[in-house]
Design a protein around this ligand. Structure first.
Ligand SMILES: NC(=O)CC[C@H](N)C(=O)O
Length: 427
């Protein structure tokens, strides 16, 4: 780093122009403290006993964020989203809906409880990387099996810390979602990384096929009795639910099992005719990553099932249902990601604090007559739930299974059981 830039950084530690950039207006280095951006370059200071910045996050808007790496090294491109959950980073890391994305946690202190064997929401981490303000220097939890850094490194997932997550979040809120590149490779220039971020897009890409299971399987695990919290909505009758795996979170399956369901999970491409042959009591369309408009085959499958058996859609499942009913989905400015979103249930009038993770939403104005908006996100008025009683359809844009997040919306599983029961009794 040139001395002039270092002096400038000392005077104005928040932002300065890279002196050697061929196009200085396009590249800005943003640092939390000038030391983290510049110490490596100052003669004599490079042998400090603590870690100095060795990673960059380059956003498509031309901003460059110097950071320190943990987890895996390399170069990775993804869409940056911010998550406002205070706890539950392990469930977030293993939520397949984050495929193709970098999750930036707004909670400034991450890693203090380490990682355990129980909180996995899928068999692997599908996200692009983790961006945090500060990594805990120690872990302390009775369930802790290893540190967050070791966990990410073993799974080849990049993480960066010592980056101004508040500033990035404000930028995303102001300008909308941005694609970025995380890199620990010094050989790559800022311009190369910027070019990489600008030539990549998450819109229109089928991410479901990369996360769905390859073969059907039966799921039996309930919520561990130690953690169970809701014994209502059960009547002893076991309903058979087929769950389409678009990137399903384990806690959806655990909550269905806890509500007494016998569950068969099937891959995203499983034909509707095969499902209907099995005569299930209900079909669940799961959460999943990416753009619902990029998976027309899944919308077709949903269409073939609608009206023949009660269905419940969660998040991606809700968006696919919206499209199958003739509605449209659109990309939101920066989406909803966190465990603190207020939602009003328009039928009961109750407000739930909910867990959310989505960048797309259903446009309620595009839906045909008879489809009812049952839930509204109170932060922005967007559609958070639908029902089409004529065809025994219910869906939520958010996560009644939480994991992580509050349990206010768990009643939705009980409502699905009631729907299946009503149809069975009247059959
Ligand atoms: N959690 C999910 O199912 C996410 C749905 C969809 N991929 C979105 O971002 O809107």
């Amino acid at each position: 780093m040139a001395t002039a830039a270092f002096n400038l950084a000392l005077r104005n530690p928040s932002t300065f122009i890279l002196p050697k950039s061929p196009n200085p207006t396009k590249l800005r280095v943003c640092t939390l403290r000038c030391s983290s951006a510049t110490a490596d370059a100052v003669p004599g200071l490079s042998e400090r006993p603590w870690k100095t910045s060795d990673a960059r996050l380059v956003l498509e808007d031309g901003s460059i964020w110097r950071a320190k790496s943990f987890g895996a090294s390399g170069t990775q491109v993804g869409e940056v989203v911010f998550n406002t959950s205070l706890t539950g980073y392990q469930e977030i890391l293993t939520d397949p809906s984050y495929a193709g994305q970098f999750v930036l946690m707004t909670n400034p202190h991450i890693g203090n409880t380490g990682v355990n064997f129980d909180d996995e929401e899928s068999k692997q981490c599908f996200l692009g990387g983790l961006v945090i303000r500060s990594i805990s220097i120690s872990t302390s939890n009775w369930r802790c099996a290893e540190t967050l850094g070791d966990y990410l490194a073993e799974r080849n997932i990049m993480g960066i810390y010592d980056v101004d997550t508040r500033a990035i979040t404000r930028r995303l809120r102001q300008d909308g979602s941005l694609v970025g590149v995380l890199s620990t490779e010094e050989s790559k220039t800022d311009e190369e990384l910027l070019e990489m971020s600008r030539s990549w897009d998450i819109v229109g890409v089928d991410l479901i096929s990369g996360v769905s299971c390859k073969e059907p399987y039966e799921w039996v695990d309930k919520t561990n009795s130690e953690w169970e919290f809701n014994y209502s909505g059960r009547d002893g009758e076991a309903f058979h639910v087929v769950a389409y795996d678009f990137g399903i979170k384990h806690n959806i399956l655990r909550r269905l099992a806890s509500h007494g369901c016998k569950i068969t999970v099937v891959p995203s491409t499983w034909p509707a005719s095969e499902i209907l042959k099995r005569k299930p009591d209900g079909v669940l369309f799961s959460n999943g990553p990416g753009d619902p408009s990029a998976v027309p085959y899944a919308v077709e499958t949903v269409k073939e099932i609608l009206g023949k058996v009660p269905v419940f859609g969660i998040c991606m499942g809700h968006q696919l249902l919206g499209q199958a009913l003739g509605g449209k989905t659109f990309k939101m400015k920066f989406g909803h990601h966190g465990g603190n979103h207020p939602v009003r249930n328009l039928r009961s009038g109750h407000v739930e604090i909910s867990a959310q993770n989505h960048n797309y939403a259903v446009d309620p104005a595009s839906l045909p007559e008879g489809v009812e908006v049952t839930h509204v996100n109170l932060n922005d008025g967007s559609c958070a739930g639908l029902s089409y009683p004529a065809q025994n359809i219910m869906s939520l844009q958010y996560h009644p299974e939480a994991s992580p997040g509050p349990r206010d919306s768990d009643y939705a599983f009980g409502e699905f059981i009631k729907l299946m029961k009503k149809v069975k009794v009247n059959a």
